[in-house]
Design a protein around this ligand. Structure first.
Ligand code: F0G
Length: 458
């Protein structure tokens, strides 16, 4: 039997959740166009849609909220945040943003022109969409092993360095305004990137004078994976590991809604002063004055405190073990998942679970719907709905290699009994998996189709 990690906190505030009947959920899901994004949160029992902005803040963070200084310019919370960001990342400059994608939008608006490419291990959907929205080409160069959902390799988020170099040679460094690494690789299963790969990516990009940015949403979980899996770092404090990760990059985009344990917020940090001045200009147009960037002073304080809490080693040990607990429960029931489990989520390998439904019939969407119908559990499709793209030349649909349904675990929110309930729901679906049928779009938006698409069963 899987072992549950003991929480390094106790619960001071609770929020009621309620269960509905299957008949009620059938009605709700039909009205929602078979898209769980369109279901009201109060009609969900266990919400594993995302780990983004769903953390339970600590008493220390809430105390910080009360110390919010809501001055338009120069609020004191900006300086607490500056201290945390500079101390952890070492980057010279930063701007707060209202969330991660705002940081991406601003970074790409200052760097990406039509026809330019942005290579990465694997872009997350908003990052991919933000590059595309500038007329750029988001390129994923994940190492082969990262696409094998059964491999137990320790760092399946690594970029393929040989392909990265070949790509730079092929398109020319002048057509690559920046390169990125997503740590951990969310779209590829929350898999960590090794320190060696981060260092080598920085060296390779710099050899061609290409700036290197980290998409750092889950940098603390990545750092703890390095501690757990790379013997050279077994005794290194996680703060030092994080600092070393950032030291190889020229900047980062950050969604504070993940490893900074807040409900809203993000930032863009960087070393290049010229680029910073352009970024600051864009920020003022889109987000706000540089000392608040689309957030309230209280939010800045919660991020500053959350950044430190997110690096606490007792918290991180619990966090990764908590996710692994759910993974182990599913594996005990023979449910195919992407292995080893990522830091923030467990991903069901839909190709292996539902081999009878072709990718054109959106098997992941079908599974996400069944999880809601069976148990009121909300998960998210990360497969053909989210990532299939029409080839601009042939007009044919190109389907992603991985067909996944992600159960993301909010930080410090759910208990062992909640995770057991999720595992039992999945088990019941597993027993009747042959009965699941495919889905088709009744409405498909051009970008980010999983958020607002509508569907019907085939
Ligand atoms: N990069 C990665 C790797 C992400 O996972 C996300 C968000 C973003 C950027 C954008 O940040 O939401 O603050 O604008 N991921 C969430 C998720 C939405 O559910 O995985 P944001």
């Amino acid at each position: 039997m899987a072992k549950f990690p003991v929480e390094p906190f106790r619960i001071k505030v609770v929020e009621p959740i309620r269960q509905t009947s299957r008949a009620k959920r059938e009605e709700i899901l039909e009205q929602a166009g078979y898209n769980v994004f369109a279901v009201r949160a109060e009609d969900i029992y266990i919400d594993l849609l995302t780990d983004s902005g769903t953390a339970a803040m600590s008493d220390n963070q809430w105390a910080g909220v009360m110390l919010g200084d809501e001055s338009y310019a120069g609020c004191r919370n900006f300086f607490s945040l500056e201290e945390a960001i500079k101390s952890i990342t070492g980057f010279e400059y930063f701007v707060p943003t209202h969330q991660g994608r705002a940081a991406e939008n601003i970074l790409f608006s200052c760097t990406v022109e039509p026809g330019k490419s942005v290579p990465s291990n694997m872009h997350f959907d908003t990052t991919q969409a933000n590059v595309l929205a500038r007329g750029g080409d988001p390129v994923n160069l994940l190492a082969e092993v990262g696409l094998d959902p059964t491999s137990h390799a320790p760092f399946k988020g690594d970029i393929d360095l040989a392909r990265l170099e070949a790509f730079i040679e092929q398109v020319g460094p002048e057509n690559i305004p920046l390169g990125m690494l997503t740590v951990t690789n969310n779209a590829g299963g929350g898999q960590p990137v090794s320190m060696g790969n981060i260092r080598a990516t920085g060296e390779l990009l710099h050899k061609y004078d290409i700036p290197f940015f980290l998409d750092a949403c889950r940098y603390a979980e990545n750092a703890y994976f390095i501690k757990l899996r790379d013997p050279a770092y077994a005794d290194t404090p996680v703060l030092e590991i994080a600092r070393e990760m950032f030291s190889y990059a020229d900047g980062c985009t950050m969604s504070a809604k993940k490893d900074a344990l807040v409900n809203i917020g993000g930032f863009l940090a960087l070393n290049d002063e010229g680029l910073f001045k352009r970024v600051r200009q864009e920020l003022i147009i889109r987000e706000g004055f540089p000392t608040y960037g689309g957030l309230a002073g209280r939010d800045l304080e919660a991020i500053a405190r959350g950044l430190w809490e997110g690096l606490d080693e007792r918290y991180l040990a619990y966090r990764l073990a908590h996710t692994k607990y759910l993974a182990d429960r599913l594996l005990e029931g023979d449910i195919p998942i992407l292995e080893p489990p990522g830091g923030h989520a467990v991903y069901i390998d839909v190709k292996r679970l539902l081999p009878h439904i072709p990718q054109s019939e959106l098997p992941g969407q079908s599974l996400a719907c069944e999880m809601y119908l069976e148990g009121g559990v909300r998960a998210v499709e990360i497969g053909s709905v989210a990532f299939a793209r029409e080839d601009p030349e042939t007009g044919e649909m190109v389907y992603p290699d991985l067909e996944l349904v992600r159960m993301a675990i909010p930080r410090r929110v759910y208990t062992q009994a909640h995770l057991d309930y999720v595992a039992e729901t999945c088990q019941r679906i597993y027993e009747k998996r042959d009965q699941l049928r495919g889905m088709r779009f009744t409405y498909a938006p051009k970008l980010l189709r999983h958020f607002t698409g509508r569907f019907e069963p085939v």
